[in-house]
Design a protein around this ligand. Structure first.
Ligand code: HEM
Ligand SMILES: *[C@@H]1O[C@H](CO)[C@@H](O)[C@H](O)[C@H]1NC(C)=O
Ligand SMILES: *[C@@H]1O[C@H](CO)[C@@H](O)[C@H](O)[C@H]1NC(C)=O
Ligand SMILES: *[C@@H]1O[C@H](CO)[C@@H](O)[C@H](O)[C@H]1NC(C)=O
Length: 508
């Protein structure tokens, strides 16, 4: 009895001491950094924060998740506030200095944590879904493949563009460009990665047999992504969903893996033959999957990295094009200026250098990614006690203490629409504003710091190319939305237009 009492009081004493130590250590950080508490707290329900969870679901269903989150910042008149969902503390911020701190200056104080659970089945531990040393090794493996020579294969883009043209009605009747863009970016990305295109634009052909396995893969990949969205949305409750939903997700993932595995098998066999023949392969055409096979024979690893890049690169580029053409269809003046710029080509297909030199095209890409950044919000998880430079005190100008275990979320969407950063017309699509803008951390479509997007050049090349080619082919665009032409958030893994990009296109 005495022993138990003594042991438990010892344990109790130890726990108290530990708490005290933690308290003192934190007080020191707070004092040394001049941290002040952030007075803005979103929750009315102070214990579970279920009010916010409910409100988020309601906003998402109405296609107003992002504008609703923007309204919260406006309501507080603050660029940083607190929130709590169940027991997880969350800090939300649209302060460039804070975002720079989590993504770059104090990169090592954060990881992805929560996002991994939802993405694991499809992505495994590829670049997009891993942290620490595992991520660094992926980054090292993949980075060389995004050099300029690799991403500037305009002949390949032109082939797929020609394919896309076939699906645009000649008589100006309505077409949803968003559907076409999502298929085309799947087709170009699979050719870039596997040297085998899905040619999924065929999916839009009613006559085409759906038994084709490339098209089936394209469908399965969409379903596997939808499964990620569902997992994110339901969190731990995912397992309680209907057996069918869960099985559909699992089947889609299995199918995606099996499809890609075949290309991986071929690539590894190719490499083994190379090894046997001791052939130098410098004279061959560049093939992404072969480059990976030269570095590693680990088939699961190659497959995971390829699927990670496909996920990172496909919807994003398609969403950019869809959002941008949604605006073009409503702004004949912008389309006219684009046409004026491409006239310089006199009908030729642009070279990589010519494409890079097209100022107005670039302004349009930048403006679309500002107004509707396709990765509109993001977060990191503090793995140790740390400090943000802003957000403390009523005016947010003091540093803010971030206890270990806090999620720091940031809304690129809201930051890109801050009137104090972009002017009173921040909500307008106006490419001309880029004539004078030279933003740094207040403009983050591709993120910043060590995990900055690897595919930025690839994406801007593809989106720019498609824009130029469409401007060469079509004199006029006509918006065909039936809801008065307002853009509604289509928020899945990326941000596109909920109602698609319905337009009529005219050559004359
Ligand atoms: C408009 C198009 C695109 C946008 C706006 C975009 C944006 C982003 C953003 C915001 C991230 C950071 C995600 C995070 O760390 O939480 C990212 C990462 C990444 N992106 Fe992109 N992306 C685009 C296209 C592409 C393309 C076309 C590719 C490849 C072909 C690609 C490959 C990647 C990869 C591999 C990463 C992970 C980098 C890492 O974690 O080290 N992206 N992208
Ligand atoms: C890539 O695919 C094309 C078309 O299927 C094929 O002709 C070519 O040999 C492939 N390239 C390599 C290096 O395997
Ligand atoms: C447009 O965006 C790119 C990439 O995000 C950026 O590097 C560039 O500075 C922007 N353009 C201008 C004119 O600022
Ligand atoms: C556009 O989206 C809104 C909101 O989801 C919906 O009410 C409306 O019917 C949609 N319009 C079209 C043409 O799909």
């Amino acid at each position: 009895m005495i022993i138990i009492l003594a042991a438990s009081s010892l344990l109790f004493g130890y726990l108290v001491l530990q708490r005290l130590q933690l308290y003192l250590a934190r007080r020191r950080i707070i004092q040394e950094n001049n941290c002040k508490p952030c007075p803005y707290v979103l929750n009315r329900d102070p214990i579970l924060g279920l009010d916010i969870l409910r409100e988020n679901v309601r906003l998402a269903d109405a296609g107003r998740f992002l504008s609703g989150s923007q309204a919260r910042f406006r309501r507080f008149k603050s660029n940083t506030f607190h929130n709590r969902i169940i027991t997880s503390p969350i800090i939300l911020t649209v302060e460039p200095e804070n975002i720079k701190t989590i993504l770059s200056l104090k990169f090592k104080d954060y990881d992805f944590s929560n996002r991994k659970v939802a993405m694991d089945p499809l992505l495994g531990d590829g670049i997009f879904n891993s942290d620490g040393a595992r991520w660094a090794s992926s980054r090292h493996l993949l980075r060389p493949n995004f050099a300029r020579e690799q991403v500037a294969d305009l002949a390949m883009l032109e082939r797929h563009f020609k394919h896309l043209l076939k699906y645009i009605p000649a008589d100006g009747s309505t077409v949803d460009l968003q559907d076409l863009f999502f298929c085309m970016t799947m087709d170009t990305a699979t050719e870039f990665l596997f040297n085998h295109s899905t040619n999924s634009l065929r999916m839009l052909d009613q006559q085409e047999s759906s038994a084709n396995e490339d098209v089936q893969f394209a469908r399965a990949f969409n379903a596997a992504q939808q499964d990620i969205v569902t997992r994110v949305r339901f969190g731990p409750l995912y397992r309680l969903l209907s057996k069918n939903t869960v099985k559909e997700g699992a089947d889609a993932v299995k199918m995606c893996h099996a499809y890609v595995d075949r290309f991986v098998d071929d690539a590894v066999r190719w490499r083994e033959e190379q090894d046997l023949e001791k052939k130098g392969s410098s004279d061959e055409r560049y093939v992404f999957i072969h480059e990976l096979a030269k570095q590693t024979k680990d088939k699961t690893r190659i497959r995971n990295e390829l699927i990670n890049i496909l996920l990172a690169g496909r919807d994003t580029t398609a969403s950019l094009l869809s959002n941008m053409f949604f605006e073009f269809a409503k702004r004949p003046e912008v389309w006219r200026k684009l046409r004026e710029e491409v006239e310089g080509l006199q009908g030729r297909i642009p070279s990589y250098e010519e494409l890079r030199g097209m100022k107005y095209v670039k302004w349009c890409l930048n403006e679309s990614l500002r107004l509707n950044p396709v990765v509109p919000s993001n977060s990191r998880f503090a793995i140790r006690d740390t400090v943000l430079p802003r957000g403390g005190g009523p005016d947010g100008s003091s540093p803010l203490f971030v206890p270990r275990g806090t999620t720091v979320g940031y809304s690129t969407y809201t930051m890109h629409r801050r009137q104090d950063l972009y002017g009173a017309d921040a909500e307008e699509f106006r490419p001309e504003r880029w004539e004078a803008l030279r933003p740094s951390w207040e403009y983050l479509p591709f993120n910043g710091g060590p995990r900055i997007c690897l595919g930025q050049q690839y994406a801007l090349t593809e989106a720019g190319f498609v824009t130029v080619r469409l401007a060469q082919e079509f004199k006029r665009l006509e918006s065909r939305d039936t809801n008065g032409g307002v853009w509604v958030e289509g928020l899945t893994l990326t941000l596109c237009s909920k109602n698609g990009t319905k337009v009529g296109l005219f050559r004359e």
